[in-house]
Design a protein around this ligand. Structure first.
Ligand code: ZN
Length: 242
Protein backbone atom coordinates (compact mmCIF):
# COMPACT_ATOMS: atom_id res chain seq x y z
CA UNK A 1 0.00 0.00 0.00
CA UNK A 2 1.25 3.44 -0.89
CA UNK A 3 1.81 5.40 2.31
CA UNK A 4 3.45 8.60 1.00
CA UNK A 5 1.93 11.05 -1.43
CA UNK A 6 3.53 13.77 -3.48
CA UNK A 7 2.52 17.22 -2.28
CA UNK A 8 5.01 19.46 -4.06
CA UNK A 9 7.91 19.44 -6.46
CA UNK A 10 10.77 21.82 -5.71
CA UNK A 11 13.84 22.07 -7.96
CA UNK A 12 13.05 18.70 -9.50
CA UNK A 13 12.76 16.99 -6.10
CA UNK A 14 9.44 15.35 -5.19
CA UNK A 15 8.25 16.39 -1.74
CA UNK A 16 6.16 13.55 -0.34
CA UNK A 17 4.09 13.50 2.80
CA UNK A 18 3.78 10.26 4.73
CA UNK A 19 0.20 9.53 5.79
CA UNK A 20 1.24 9.33 9.46
CA UNK A 21 2.46 12.93 9.18
CA UNK A 22 -1.13 14.14 8.89
CA UNK A 23 -1.84 12.72 12.34
CA UNK A 24 0.64 15.04 14.03
CA UNK A 25 -1.12 18.42 13.53
CA UNK A 26 -4.45 16.68 14.08
CA UNK A 27 -3.46 15.10 17.41
CA UNK A 28 -1.64 18.22 18.68
CA UNK A 29 -4.49 20.51 17.57
CA UNK A 30 -7.16 18.41 19.29
CA UNK A 31 -4.99 17.85 22.40
CA UNK A 32 -4.13 21.53 22.96
CA UNK A 33 -7.58 22.67 21.85
CA UNK A 34 -9.27 20.42 24.39
CA UNK A 35 -6.90 21.33 27.18
CA UNK A 36 -6.50 25.10 26.70
CA UNK A 37 -9.20 26.25 24.28
CA UNK A 38 -9.72 26.25 20.50
CA UNK A 39 -7.39 29.18 19.65
CA UNK A 40 -4.44 27.45 21.33
CA UNK A 41 -5.30 24.36 19.29
CA UNK A 42 -5.24 26.42 16.09
CA UNK A 43 -1.89 27.97 17.04
CA UNK A 44 -0.44 24.53 17.79
CA UNK A 45 -1.41 23.37 14.28
CA UNK A 46 0.07 26.51 12.68
CA UNK A 47 3.28 26.05 14.70
CA UNK A 48 3.66 22.42 13.59
CA UNK A 49 3.23 23.46 9.97
CA UNK A 50 5.76 26.30 10.34
CA UNK A 51 8.32 23.99 11.96
CA UNK A 52 7.85 21.45 9.20
CA UNK A 53 8.45 24.21 6.67
CA UNK A 54 11.80 24.60 8.38
CA UNK A 55 12.41 20.82 8.39
CA UNK A 56 11.68 20.74 4.68
CA UNK A 57 14.08 23.63 3.97
CA UNK A 58 16.72 21.82 6.09
CA UNK A 59 16.37 18.68 3.95
CA UNK A 60 16.37 20.74 0.77
CA UNK A 61 19.67 22.33 1.81
CA UNK A 62 21.24 18.86 2.26
CA UNK A 63 19.82 17.86 -1.11
CA UNK A 64 21.08 20.90 -2.99
CA UNK A 65 24.64 20.39 -1.69
CA UNK A 66 24.40 16.67 -2.51
CA UNK A 67 23.26 17.46 -6.03
CA UNK A 68 26.16 19.86 -6.38
CA UNK A 69 28.38 16.75 -5.93
CA UNK A 70 26.38 14.85 -8.55
CA UNK A 71 24.35 12.74 -6.10
CA UNK A 72 20.74 12.20 -7.14
CA UNK A 73 18.01 13.15 -4.68
CA UNK A 74 14.68 12.06 -6.13
CA UNK A 75 12.44 12.36 -3.05
CA UNK A 76 12.16 14.10 0.30
CA UNK A 77 9.58 12.50 2.61
CA UNK A 78 8.08 14.23 5.62
CA UNK A 79 7.37 11.97 8.61
CA UNK A 80 5.95 13.15 11.95
CA UNK A 81 9.41 12.68 13.43
CA UNK A 82 11.24 14.69 10.75
CA UNK A 83 12.18 14.77 7.11
CA UNK A 84 14.22 12.25 5.15
CA UNK A 85 15.95 12.99 1.86
CA UNK A 86 16.42 9.73 -0.02
CA UNK A 87 19.74 10.10 -1.73
CA UNK A 88 21.65 7.90 -4.02
CA UNK A 89 24.50 6.37 -2.03
CA UNK A 90 26.79 9.10 -0.72
CA UNK A 91 30.32 8.35 -1.94
CA UNK A 92 32.81 7.53 0.78
CA UNK A 93 34.56 10.80 0.56
CA UNK A 94 34.85 12.38 3.96
CA UNK A 95 34.86 15.91 2.61
CA UNK A 96 31.64 15.45 0.61
CA UNK A 97 29.84 13.65 3.43
CA UNK A 98 30.93 16.38 5.83
CA UNK A 99 29.68 19.23 3.63
CA UNK A 100 26.37 17.53 2.79
CA UNK A 101 25.69 16.76 6.47
CA UNK A 102 26.69 20.13 7.84
CA UNK A 103 24.51 22.02 5.33
CA UNK A 104 21.18 21.17 7.01
CA UNK A 105 21.93 22.42 10.54
CA UNK A 106 23.70 25.39 8.98
CA UNK A 107 20.42 26.35 7.30
CA UNK A 108 18.65 26.42 10.70
CA UNK A 109 21.36 28.53 12.32
CA UNK A 110 21.49 30.94 9.39
CA UNK A 111 17.70 31.35 9.49
CA UNK A 112 17.80 31.98 13.25
CA UNK A 113 20.56 34.54 12.77
CA UNK A 114 18.68 36.32 9.97
CA UNK A 115 15.44 36.36 11.96
CA UNK A 116 16.99 37.49 15.24
CA UNK A 117 16.94 41.23 14.61
CA UNK A 118 13.58 41.48 12.77
CA UNK A 119 11.92 39.25 15.39
CA UNK A 120 13.48 41.28 18.20
CA UNK A 121 12.00 44.46 16.73
CA UNK A 122 8.66 42.89 15.87
CA UNK A 123 7.99 40.75 18.95
CA UNK A 124 10.03 42.55 21.58
CA UNK A 125 12.62 41.03 23.86
CA UNK A 126 10.17 39.64 26.45
CA UNK A 127 8.03 37.74 23.95
CA UNK A 128 11.06 36.46 22.08
CA UNK A 129 12.47 35.08 25.33
CA UNK A 130 9.21 33.49 26.48
CA UNK A 131 7.65 31.43 23.72
CA UNK A 132 3.99 30.58 24.33
CA UNK A 133 0.88 29.51 22.45
CA UNK A 134 -1.28 32.02 24.35
CA UNK A 135 -0.97 34.62 21.58
CA UNK A 136 0.29 34.85 18.00
CA UNK A 137 3.56 36.72 18.70
CA UNK A 138 4.42 33.99 21.23
CA UNK A 139 3.71 31.38 18.57
CA UNK A 140 6.31 33.01 16.28
CA UNK A 141 8.72 33.08 19.17
CA UNK A 142 8.08 29.34 19.53
CA UNK A 143 8.93 28.91 15.88
CA UNK A 144 12.18 30.82 16.37
CA UNK A 145 13.34 28.54 19.21
CA UNK A 146 12.13 25.37 17.51
CA UNK A 147 14.36 26.27 14.62
CA UNK A 148 17.41 26.61 16.88
CA UNK A 149 16.56 23.33 18.65
CA UNK A 150 16.29 21.64 15.25
CA UNK A 151 19.77 22.77 14.28
CA UNK A 152 21.26 21.74 17.64
CA UNK A 153 19.41 18.42 17.85
CA UNK A 154 20.71 17.44 14.43
CA UNK A 155 24.26 18.19 15.52
CA UNK A 156 24.17 15.51 18.27
CA UNK A 157 27.17 13.36 17.29
CA UNK A 158 25.20 10.14 16.88
CA UNK A 159 23.61 8.24 14.03
CA UNK A 160 21.24 8.82 12.32
CA UNK A 161 21.50 12.54 13.03
CA UNK A 162 23.62 14.81 10.85
CA UNK A 163 26.07 15.07 13.74
CA UNK A 164 26.72 11.31 13.44
CA UNK A 165 27.65 11.70 9.79
CA UNK A 166 29.80 14.74 10.55
CA UNK A 167 31.58 12.75 13.26
CA UNK A 168 32.09 9.77 10.92
CA UNK A 169 33.48 12.07 8.23
CA UNK A 170 35.96 13.50 10.75
CA UNK A 171 36.90 10.06 12.16
CA UNK A 172 37.22 8.58 8.66
CA UNK A 173 40.21 10.81 8.07
CA UNK A 174 42.29 8.78 10.52
CA UNK A 175 40.68 5.30 10.46
CA UNK A 176 38.79 3.08 8.06
CA UNK A 177 35.19 3.80 7.20
CA UNK A 178 33.69 0.80 8.96
CA UNK A 179 35.43 1.56 12.24
CA UNK A 180 34.40 5.24 12.00
CA UNK A 181 30.80 4.09 11.43
CA UNK A 182 30.98 1.65 14.35
CA UNK A 183 32.07 4.40 16.76
CA UNK A 184 29.30 6.77 15.56
CA UNK A 185 26.76 3.95 15.87
CA UNK A 186 27.81 3.15 19.45
CA UNK A 187 27.48 6.81 20.35
CA UNK A 188 24.07 6.78 18.66
CA UNK A 189 22.97 3.89 20.85
CA UNK A 190 24.15 5.64 24.01
CA UNK A 191 22.20 8.78 23.09
CA UNK A 192 19.16 6.66 22.16
CA UNK A 193 19.18 4.94 25.57
CA UNK A 194 19.65 8.29 27.34
CA UNK A 195 16.73 9.83 25.42
CA UNK A 196 14.59 6.80 26.16
CA UNK A 197 15.31 6.76 29.90
CA UNK A 198 15.07 10.52 30.30
CA UNK A 199 11.78 10.48 28.37
CA UNK A 200 10.32 7.83 30.67
CA UNK A 201 11.61 9.59 33.78
CA UNK A 202 10.11 12.94 32.72
CA UNK A 203 7.02 11.37 31.03
CA UNK A 204 8.03 13.00 27.74
CA UNK A 205 6.73 10.44 25.31
CA UNK A 206 8.05 12.19 22.23
CA UNK A 207 11.59 11.70 23.61
CA UNK A 208 10.89 8.01 24.25
CA UNK A 209 9.81 7.69 20.63
CA UNK A 210 12.86 9.60 19.38
CA UNK A 211 15.07 7.27 21.49
CA UNK A 212 13.54 4.18 19.90
CA UNK A 213 13.82 5.69 16.44
CA UNK A 214 17.51 6.57 16.89
CA UNK A 215 18.31 3.09 18.20
CA UNK A 216 16.78 1.32 15.21
CA UNK A 217 18.18 3.78 12.66
CA UNK A 218 21.70 3.60 14.15
CA UNK A 219 21.60 -0.18 13.88
CA UNK A 220 20.54 -0.02 10.23
CA UNK A 221 23.45 2.28 9.47
CA UNK A 222 25.90 -0.19 11.01
CA UNK A 223 24.52 -3.08 8.98
CA UNK A 224 24.71 -1.00 5.81
CA UNK A 225 28.34 -0.01 6.46
CA UNK A 226 29.25 -3.64 7.20
CA UNK A 227 27.55 -4.81 4.01
CA UNK A 228 29.36 -2.14 1.98
CA UNK A 229 32.65 -3.15 3.57
CA UNK A 230 32.07 -6.76 2.48
CA UNK A 231 31.25 -5.61 -1.05
CA UNK A 232 34.39 -3.50 -1.39
CA UNK A 233 36.49 -6.33 0.04
CA UNK A 234 34.99 -8.78 -2.46
CA UNK A 235 35.61 -6.30 -5.26
CA UNK A 236 39.21 -5.80 -4.20
CA UNK A 237 39.81 -9.54 -4.07
CA UNK A 238 38.28 -9.99 -7.50
CA UNK A 239 40.58 -7.29 -8.88
CA UNK A 240 43.61 -9.06 -7.39
CA UNK A 241 42.52 -12.37 -8.94
CA UNK A 242 42.26 -10.84 -12.41
ZN1 ZN B 1 19.78 17.05 8.45
Amino acid sequence: MKTSYRALRIQGIDIEIHLSFLLLPLILGVYYGNLYGPMIGVRAVVLVLLVFGSVLAHELTHSIVARHFGILVPVITLYPIGGVASMQRIPREARKEFLISVAGPLFNFTLALLLLFPFYLWLGKDTLLSPTLSHWPGTWSNFYWANLVLGLFNLIPAFPMDGGRILRAILARCMNYEKATRISVYLGRIFAILFFLFGIWQSRWMLVLVGLFIYVAADNEKRLAHFEELLTKAERERKIEH
